[in-house]
Structures are given as structure tokens and as C-alpha cells.
Design a binder for this molecule. Structure first.
Ligand SMILES: O=C(O)c1ccccc1NCC(=O)[C@H](O)[C@H](O)COP(=O)(O)O
Length: 262
């Protein structure tokens, strides 16, 4: 079983348990009562031609067992926001990424930038969770969804007022997306078998990316030159995790990535 299949199998079990603790009906009521205003990344991207950094909070990952295990999500969020991040990605998956719903909820109370619930969404229940916890965007990974399932989750998320970031790794997965009106189309250049990243793949695929979504470059971005190279071929937003989580001054580095060195 590959790593994504393992994560998805465990996620399905986690959702089963959560449904026993909080029914879908009760969760829907909570999501409906959520008083968080919507913070739109789409609007930010439309208003500003400069590169947009989606700064990620990630303690660890399958490829990196210890990135920054003791990091405080609220302190990191405040630094990211002050540094000019357009949005923040918060891992909520517990077993492989040491994330938690409480991280997203705490960050929501502390900052006003758009928040991405970064998880392995396979069930509409997770969309209501995302809404109830204060997210503005959700990740939908093409590799783990059937085309009809992706279309349904995308429509359900947008109906709830969540923007969608659909992630692909290659051309084959673009077929899963088809004409589904996702808001953001992310290309992730991490090879999930070797755990290596190769930014050239993000460049090779651009001729086949659909125009209906904003393009997001994901994984392995390590400096201003990387952003500039990817921006030159049409990417408008950049999901950056490890590079910022290991940086001693992530706020300044976000400015640098955007082409505004301190
Ligand atoms: O990073 C992993 O090891 C990983 C393994 C399995 C599924 C997803 C994985 N990573 C998630 C991501 O896509 C990254 O967190 C994100 O693109 C940021 O990447 P980076 O800037 O390289 O931390």
C-alpha cells in the first residue's frame, strides 16, 4: 500500500470515530452557526498581481519526521500574517503530520488571513468540520478521489462557502479534475514513493493546466529564485511548508519570496 492509501485508510477510520462522537446533523448545525466571516484567497489573488504565498504550518510529514515539532501554531500564524502571507495552510491530520483540529481553531481566533484546512478529504463530513473550525479553503487531492466524488465534494464545499484547492501530481490526474470548477489548481511536485521534489515537473505540465482555476505551485519551494521561475510560467500562488517552518525569520522570508526583501 502506498503512503497516500495508508493515510486515506486511517483517515476513513478517524472520520468513523468522529461521527460517533458528533453526528453529521450536529456537526452541520455547528458549521451553520459558525460566526467566522469568510476570508477569500480568490479575492486577494484577483486584487494583487504579486506572487501569493500560502504559508504552511507543519510539524512533521512522512518524508520529514521532525520539521519543527514544538512549533506553536498561533505564534507561527502571527508571524506569517505580519510577513505578508496571503493565506495559511494548517495540517489537521494527526497521525502522519502531528496536526490537530485545535491548531486550525486556535489560528482562526488569532489571525484574519484565509485559512486552508490541509487534510485528506474523502467525506463531506470533513467539509462541515472545516467550516465549523474556521477554514476558508479545503484541499481536494485528485489522486485519492474518483472524478464524480471530486465534483461532488467541490460543489458541496463551494455551497458551504469554502474555496477549493484541487491538487494533482501529473497529467493523468488532470483527467480526474476535467471541467470541475475548482477555485485553485495545485500541482504538487513531491514524488510520494521517493519523497523527492522536482520543480521542473511544475514547469513541464503548464501547457495542460486548465485556465478556469488559479494555479498553485506546491512542495519543494526553497527560495525567491524558485518562486520567480514558477511565476514566469503562470503560477500565481505558492504553497511553502518546510522552508518556512525551518526558517529563523519566516516573516522576512515571506517578503523575500514575494520579491520584497527586507
Ligand atoms: O510531505 C510529505 O511527506 C507528504 C507525504 C504524503 C502526502 C503529502 C505529503 N506532503 C504534503 C504536501 O504536499 C506539503 O506539505 C506541501 O506541498 C508543502 O511542501 P513543502 O514546502 O515541501 O514542505
Amino acid at each position: 500500500m502506498d503512503i497516500l492509501s495508508q493515510i486515506v485508510a486511517d483517515t476513513v477510520e478517524t472520520i468513523k470515530k468522529r461521527k460517533q462522537t458528533l453526528s453529521l446533523n450536529d456537526l452541520q448545525a455547528r458549521a451553520g452557526a459558525s460566526s467566522h466571516p469568510h476570508h477569500s484567497l480568490k479575492a486577494k489573488v484577483a486584487a494583487d498581481p504579486k506572487p501569493h504565498i500560502i504559508a504552511e504550518f507543519k510539524r512533521k510529514s512522512p518524508s520529514r519526521p521532525n520539521i519543527n515539532m514544538n512549533a506553536d501554531p498561533v505564534a507561527v500564524a502571527q508571524t506569517y500574517e505580519a510577513g505578508g502571507a496571503s493565506a495559511m495552510s494548517v495540517l489537521t491530520e494527526p497521525d502522519y503530520f502531528a496536526g490537530a483540529p485545535e491548531d486550525l481553531q486556535a489560528v482562526r481566533r488569532a489571525v484574519a488571513m484565509p485559512l486552508l484546512r490541509k487534510d485528506f478529504v474523502v467525506d463531506p463530513y470533513q467539509l462541515f468540520e472545516a467550516k465549523a473550525w474556521g477554514a476558508d479553503l479545503v484541499l481536494l487531492i485528485a489522486r485519492i478521489l474518483e472524478p464524480a466524488q471530486l465534483a461532488e465534494l467541490n460543489a458541496a464545499a463551494q455551497e458551504l462557502g469554502l474555496e477549493t484547492l484541487c491538487e494533482v501530481h501529473n497529467r493523468e490526474e488532470l483527467a480526474v479534475v476535467g471541467t470541475t470548477p475548482v477555485d485553485f489548481l495545485g500541482v504538487n511536485c513531491r514524488d510520494l514513493k521517493k519523497f523527492s521534489t522536482n520543480l521542473d515537473q511544475l514547469i513541464d505540465i503548464v501547457d495542460d493546466l486548465p485556465d478556469h482555476a488559479v494555479w498553485v505551485a506546491e512542495s519543494g519551494i526553497g527560495g525567491r529564485e524558485d518562486v520567480a521561475r514558477l511565476e514566469a510560467v503562470g503560477y500565481r500562488a505558492f504553497l511553502v511548508g518546510e522552508h518556512l517552518m525551518r526558517n529563523t525569520d519566516p516573516g522576512a522570508e515571506i517578503g523575500n519570496l514575494r520579491g520584497n526583501p527586507a
